[in-house]
Design a protein around this ligand. Structure first.
Ligand code: SF4
Ligand code: FES
Length: 258
């Protein structure tokens, strides 16, 4: 197979960027999308050009590092699929493919297709933890949990922190990510001690990081590779409302540097 690639190139977040056209040929249909970019980079390097910078790690859909907007869609055209799980057989032979970085004020471009997603880490640091009991390991069935609740918590915990929800949202909102992280802890008994403090701190940090506001477009859910439900946003908003009545905290002094 062969493809015409339009790839966003940008030296750093300060300077301007633009699309550069490349061609790749003799690509097997079973080549993954990232392997196809590896082949392009080998070609570029062998003729003395700079390779295209992009992020990846596990290449099996679990780490959340791969982050490309492909033909205008975060993680490309295949539903519930990360960029690293996309194969060239999912495209027509001879197709033109546009490849861009996540575009969000809160995810500045580092170089080419790689962006800085440390804003997500700071949201997690604000409250994405539970009180740790460091004594002997408790018996597994000490605290019975309704299987339906466990299932829901696991659904939320499948969020891999990739940021596609932000890239897909016309407002660049991070509500789906934050709601998934808040919910997987607040659904379980272990997450109850910090429940109301957590939601206030994580939402506050999200707002301070410069993400846009949620307008219920639903693009986040549609392009999330783990199919995290938008219902978690409603759940987080209800917890936030309860928290403001039951345990309001003063966050004006929270000045963690960005
Ligand atoms: S909610 Fe979905 S799209 Fe957003 S970070 Fe988690 S896995 Fe990625
Ligand atoms: S590289 Fe880990 S999810 Fe894609």
């Amino acid at each position: 197979m062969k493809f015409d690639l339009e790839i966003w190139r940008q030296n750093d977040g300060e300077g301007p960027g633009g699309f550069i056209r490349y061609q790749v040929e003799d690509i097997s249909p079973d080549t993954s999308f990232l392997e196809m970019l590896d082949i392009l980079n080998e070609n570029l390097t062998s003729r003395g050009d700079d390779p295209v910078a992009f992020d990846s790690d596990c290449r099996e859909g679990i780490c959340g590092m791969c982050s490309l907007v492909i033909n205008g869609e975060a993680h490309g055209p295949k539903r519930a699929t990360t960029t690293c799980q996309l194969y060239m057989r999912h495209f027509d032979d001879g197709a033109s493919i546009t490849i861009e970085p996540w575009r969000s004020r809160a995810f500045p471009v580092v170089r080419d297709l790689a962006v800085d997603r440390s804003a997500f880490d700071r949201i997690m640091r604000a409250g994405g933890y539970v009180t740790v009991h460091s004594g002997p390991k408790p018996d597994p069935n000490d605290i019975p949990v309704d299987p339906a609740i466990t299932e829901k918590a696991i659904d939320a915990a499948t969020c891999i922190g990739c940021g596609a929800c932000v890239a897909a949202c016309p407002n660049g909102a991070a509500m789906l990510y934050t709601a998934a992280k808040v919910s997987h802890l607040s659904l379980l008994p272990q997450g109850q001690p910090e429940r109301y403090e957590r939601v206030q701190k994580m939402v506050d940090r999200m707002e301070k990081e410069g993400f846009g506001s949620c307008r219920n477009y639903g693009e986040c859910e549609a392009q999330c590779p783990k199919e995290i439900s938008i219902d978690f946003i409603g759940r987080m908003n209800r917890d936030l409302l309860r928290a403001s009545v039951l345990e309001p905290i003063d966050l004006r002094g929270d000045m963690e540097t960005q």
